[in-house]
Design a protein around this ligand. Structure first.
Ligand code: ARG
Length: 461
């Protein structure tokens, strides 16, 4: 049997393998709502331009609503023989309303239709992603506000470097995520143009109104070039790139949560809701959600790479290669949405443990820089010299197995005779963080303020 939609010049139907490699309905059926929305806008415009009658347009709209209802009720029979979502919808429309259905495809092609569907889908995805990232930011900002003064070690090279606050650490991710939101907002702005009416590739002789369909579908304007309209997928790549960058950011937090929740660190406790047990070791609580979030960038970057390779070197305009944009993109973006939601849940449920954090913050001579700064400030020593003196004090403390703030004054004075008792006010972990009041620094007063600002902005008050 030849294809009922395009089989006019064909004497036989496709080989089974041909049908299988060609069909996209298995994965593009998720575009049903966008497809129907686009068709309704197109039909209304055709009637407005007197290309079809008002009566036909009404029938088409009514029929499309019926199709939509059938799909949403799970009563629609998707047929592989009809290849894709466009022809499945149109064929069912014909069953339901008869002849007027055949007029819907006037002045359009599946090439501008799929481009329209995908842009609508990706635009919605940008909006959902924006809200999801905002939720995660809110969870982090709430932890930051509560733990603005909770001291923990700050690391460089994963070695204890200087004390920071847990709130400050959380807000670092809030900043990153806010740039991620910016990337999605930016991609959304660029993709929000309508390809509908570009037809197969060259435009159409019918007196269509592309501005009207663009407006009806919420696009800012029609795309300016019909070839570009049907053959660009850069917007999908852009969204995948934004998702990949955000997923990489999430993976860093995920990795930190894995480290923090280990028995060696005990910086945070994860809730039952976001951990799993072991089938053999009864004592285990595994941070699986964090581990899976840590792993997601592979899949998302993979999807970006897959699509970039599909598009590379493709001549204009449409080629069927472009059908390969969907599976990796849908898979990756589903995984991405899950990762953000899981991270938001995990972050709001997790309980920071100030005791172990403070204890760790005081190890590794974390306030050595504060000792050097004290020498600069009080003895007017050049910083380079203060660095040397402090190095000698650290070596001595190491030898005596003491922390810097546990060293007898006499020992410190054996390194630098002018050191006074006042130095002990500067080299506790609390003093260290409190002193870091430079813009963007870790001082609890600044963190409190920054967290409040973020909370206000995220809650829209
Ligand atoms: N399923 C196709 C895709 O995803 C829709 C466009 C088909 N166009 C065509 N001329 N066969 O790209």
């Amino acid at each position: 049997m030849t294809n009922s939609m395009w089989g006019g010049r064909f004497a036989s139907g496709p080989a089974a393998i041909m049908a299988e490699i060609n069909a996209s309905i298995g994965f593009d059926k998720r575009l049903y709502a966008e497809d129907i929305r686009g068709s309704k806008a197109h039909a209304a415009m055709l009637a407005q331009q007197k290309i079809i009658t008002e009566a036909d347009a009404k029938e088409i709209a009514r029929g499309l609503d019926l199709v939509l209802a059938e799909i949403e009720a799970g009563k629609f029979d998707f047929k592989v023989a009809l290849e894709d979502i466009h022809m499945n919808v149109e064929s069912r429309l014909k069953d339901l309303i008869g002849e007027p259905a055949g007029r819907l495809h006037t002045a359009r092609s599946r090439n501008d239709q799929i481009a329209t569907d995908m842009r609508l889908y990706m635009r919605e995805l940008c909006d959902q992603t924006d809200a999801a990232i905002a939720d995660l930011m809110l969870a982090l900002a709430a932890q930051a506000s509560e733990h603005a003064a909770t001291v923990m070690p700050g690391f460089t090279h994963l070695q204890v470097a200087q004390p920071i606050t847990f709130g400050h650490h959380c807000l670092a991710y809030v900043e990153m995520l806010s740039r991620d939101r910016g990337r999605f907002a930016d991609a959304r702005k660029r993709l929000n143009e309508s390809p509908l009416g570009a037809a197969a590739l060259a435009g159409t002789p019918y007196p269509i109104d592309r501005f009207a369909t663009a407006k009806a579908l919420g696009f800012a304007r029609p795309m300016g070039n019909s070839l570009d309209a049907v053959s660009s997928r850069d917007y999908v790549m852009e969204i995948l790139a934004a998702a990949a960058i955000c997923a990489v950011n999430l993976s860093r937090l995920a990795e930190e949560i894995v480290i923090w929740s280990s028995a060696q660190f005990r910086f945070v406790s994860l809730s039952d809701k976001f951990t799993t047990g072991s089938s053999i070791m009864p004592q285990k609580r595994n941070p699986d959600a964090a581990e899976l979030i840590r792993a997601k960038p592979g899949r998302i970057l993979g999807a970006f790479t897959a699509l970039a390779v599909v598009m590379k070197g493709l001549p204009l305009a449409y080629s069927k290669d472009m059908q390969e944009d969907k599976e990796p993109a849908f898979d990756a973006l589903d995984a991405f949405a899950l990762a953000i939601a899981a991270m938001a849940g995990m972050v709001s449920d997790m309980k920071p443990n100030p005791g172990p954090m403070r204890e760790a913050a005081a190890t590794g001579f974390s306030t050595a820089t504060d000792l050097a700064d004290w020498l600069v400030k009080n003895l007017h020593m050049p910083f380079r010299e203060a660095h040397h003196v402090t190095g000698r004090a650290v070596a001595l403390a190491e030898e005596k197995k003491l922390r810097l703030d546990q060293m007898p004054l006499a020992d410190l004075q054996s390194v630098e005779p002018w050191i006074t008792q006042d130095v002990f006010n500067a080299i506790t972990v609390e003093a260290s963080v409190a002193a870091r009041t430079s813009h963007g620094g870790t001082a609890p007063s600044l963190v409190k303020e920054a967290a409040a600002q973020w909370l206000k902005q995220l809650k829209g008050i």
